[in-house]
Design a binder for this molecule. Structure first.
Ligand SMILES: [Ca+2]
Ligand SMILES: [Ca+2]
Ligand SMILES: [Ca+2]
Ligand SMILES: [Ca+2]
Length: 545
């Protein structure tokens, strides 16, 4: 295939060289009979070819880039040759039209051109005697109003392009490529917005600073129906080159386009390069790192050391489109965990995995396993482990306590939160702590916490009830029941000697009525109350009436 293309292109070259040689000779021969005129824009210009005047050349000055239109009405019998040459005698087009004095030829053509001097030649190509007659010529022009800066035809002369600033560019017969240079100050998502009036294919390519192709795409449209092209790519910081070009140098793939780029930083705080175990980034426990996978970064390594054996949890929120791979390896490169999640920048994936590990050093990898182009984006990662948190034990606390005691790491600050207030104190050199607090009501929840660089260890305790209920009072004691008052929600016990004869719960109003097994009148009963915490009141002795 390649060889064939080469053969064809070689033949084409020979043809071009022959054509150039022939036209050169031809021009030389004809110079004697040629006349030169100016061709002002938007003006009908009349001319004539005779037996003696076989060629007329018109000079056109274009001071801007744009679309040049040429209209010819020719009464020449029968073929009128029309060609356009640039300043260096390169042929822009070489055409002919056929008509006669009775039925004039109508010829129209356009070409996109850079500013400069051009020559329109109306001529009798083969010096045929009968190819003579009058003609009218009219040139019009539509400026592209491009604000790109030529020459911008390679990376060296690439035009710097700022984000969110639209540039109007133009590809023409004599300009088949425009290079723009963009500088990404940080890692992030680079967006490309192209609105192109080019007929019909616009090629757009992004190169990195090493001339590696990030992407090479094309879009189809026309001056009447412009194509809209949008793309994004996640990239590391650096210089990049955007190339808008006419890939195959097709004559009609020219026109103007509007190019706009924008950039969304990933705001990642990982430290590149972190692409292997040697340069793995140390990630402290309980600290969230924001990482980023991009077109030019497919892997991030994190390293952590577990001081003692225990559980380790990996948490990640990934905005990668769409698969994020995770791997855990130990220092012998043994794989201990291999996972993936699927999500997107709009619908991030959540990952959480807990694994039991022995003490030692490990590597956690976040990566684009198969180097898929679109599997890029940012993510967060947090590694936590309870074994690295401060130890914390708290003694029991009752409604009579005025101090919270316990054990933690030496000199560790301990925070107590009770009834909306916070109390802080440091433990002593052996880790014992004692923090004064006001008395708390039974049932109150107290939070005790100790925070170190790996996270916060929390212990929740409930204030115990150590206050016995008041001794119940008796209103009435009959042979079948005992009635009276006592502490709400406590239980009333009625004993005859060592035998329990009845019990009841004190109601909301503080009263009770306990049914008892039938007693003889005059017998003595002992009554007391017990609260839910098991505290016992004093006893009351009553006589059955
Ligand atoms: Ca250009
Ligand atoms: Ca250019
Ligand atoms: Ca990265
Ligand atoms: Ca990396």
């Amino acid at each position: 295939m390649n060889r064939m293309m080469k053969a064809i292109s070689l033949n084409a070259k020979i043809v071009v060289i022959l054509a150039l040689l022939l036209s050169g000779v031809h021009l030389f021969v004809k110079k004697a009979a040629a006349a030169e005129f100016n061709l002002p824009l938007n003006t009908n210009v009349k001319g004539v070819l005779t037996k003696n005047i076989t060629s007329n050349t018109y000079t056109v000055e274009l001071n801007k880039a744009g679309r040049f239109f040429l209209n010819v009405t020719s009464y020449v019998d029968s073929d009128t040759y029309i060609r356009l040459l640039d300043d260096e005698n390169d042929v822009v087009f070489d055409d002919y039209t056929s008509g006669s004095s009775e039925s004039p030829a109508k010829y129209t053509n356009w070409v996109d051109l850079e500013p400069g001097k051009y020559f329109v030649e109306i001529y009798n190509k083969y010096d045929w005697d009968e190819n003579i007659g009058n003609y009218t010529l009219k040139a019009t022009f539509t400026a592209a109003n491009n604000n790109e800066v030529e020459q911008n035809n390679g990376t060296v002369n690439a035009q710097p392009l700022k984000f969110n600033q639209a540039v109007t560019g133009f590809l023409s017969w004599n300009d088949e490529v425009d290079f723009y240079k963009v500088t990404l100050p940080k890692a992030g998502r680079f967006h490309i917005d192209l609105n192109t009036y080019i007929d019909s294919n616009t090629y757009i390519k992004l190169l990195d600073n090493n001339n590696e192709t990030v992407f090479d795409h094309y879009t189809e449209g026309s001056s009447k129906n412009p194509a809209k092209y949008y793309n994004w790519v996640d990239l590391e910081p650096g210089d990049y080159y955007l190339e808008v070009y006419n890939k195959y140098d097709w004559d009609d793939n020219t026109g103007k386009y509007i190019l706009k780029t924008s950039f969304t930083p990933a705001n990642n705080n990982e430290k590149e390069s972190n692409n292997g175990t040697i340069e793995a980034q140390a990630l402290p426990f309980s600290q969230t790192v924001t990482g980023f996978l991009s077109w030019n970064d497919t892997i991030d390594y994190y390293k952590f050391t577990l001081p003692k054996s225990g559980k380790v949890t990996f948490n990640s929120v990934s905005y990668v489109d769409e698969t994020t791979f995770f791997q855990l390896i130990n220092s012998q490169n043994d794989e201990l965990l291999s996972d993936y999640v699927e999500g997107s920048s709009k619908n991030p994936a959540k990952y959480s995995k807990t694994i039991e590990l022995k003490k030692g050093t490990y590597f956690f990898k976040v990566y684009n396993k198969y180097d898929w182009d679109d599997n890029t984006g940012k993510y967060t990662l947090k590694i936590t482990s309870p074994v690295v948190l401060a130890p914390l034990t708290v003694d029991k606390v009752s409604d009579k306590s005025t101090v919270i005691k316990g054990k933690t790491a030496k000199n560790q600050e301990v925070i107590v939160k009770a009834s909306g207030k916070t109390y802080k104190k440091k433990a002593n050199s052996v880790g014992a702590f004692s923090i004064n607090i006001p008395k708390q009501k039974a049932g109150t929840k107290i939070e005790v916490s100790a925070k170190n660089k790996y996270g916060t260890k929390k212990v929740s305790i409930t204030v115990l009830d150590k206050t016995p209920p008041k001794t119940p009072t008796i209103k009435k004691a009959t042979v079948t029941y005992v009635e009276g008052k006592g502490e709400k929600a406590s239980t009333i016990y009625v004993y005859k000697g060592s035998k329990l004869v009845g019990k009841a719960t004190v109601g909301k109003k503080g009263t009770f009525k306990a049914k008892i097994s039938k007693q003889k009148k005059g017998s003595k009963l002992v009554v007391y109350a017990k609260d839910k915490a098991g505290n016992k009141s004093g006893s009351k002795t009553v006589k059955v009436k």
